[in-house]
Design a protein around this ligand. Sequence first.
Ligand code: GRF
Length: 216
Amino acid sequence: MTTPNAPVRSVTPRRPARVVVLVSGGGSNLAALLEATREPGYGAQVVAVGADRDSAGGLALGAEAGAATFVERLGDHADRAAWDAALTARVAEHDPDLVVSAGFLKLCGPRFLERFEGRYINTHNTLLPAFPGMTGPRDALEYGVKITGATLFFVDAGVDTGAILAQVAVPVQEDDDVETLTERIKVAERAQLVEEVGRLAREGWRLEGRTVRVGA
Ligand code: GRF
């Protein structure tokens, strides 16, 4: 569905596309992306990895792979707006074609969203719009859904509400607990992320309201 007069954003990335990845945790999604970028035909390179905490394991993965790394902690700033400005500047330094939130546990602020509008994607571990937020797999399990999955989307000002780029379904098994379900989702989520970032990098994209066209 294309909404008349919807804002349009077209991006033709450089080759290889410059990607900045934001992480808060272990970085298994980042690790999958770094692995993919070793193949020259993939079309993207991770130029920098940023985190909101020193302990993010993804920082070490990025450094090992030769990417620049940086940490911008919310607590080091007077308020959220100052953190937003600092994070925006840090990411902008690396001149990205695409910014990927891969387990980044902070909502970026208005300055960041304006600067990277149509270039900032996030992976979420449910089938949106069901179960947004931090406890998605737990909420899905407690609700009793039979199918959940992972969603890759362009970030907007809401919580997990942006235009959807791709989704993958993961069946819930009878004996699943939060941990087994979360882990099974992560496997599908990583494959989807690698596939879609490669496609965006090689083919470019166009965002028209909530419609995402890769290769347009
Ligand atoms: C992903 O499942 C993501 O959806 C969720 O956090 C996880 C990040 O895992 N928000 P990792 O740090 O990439 O291993």
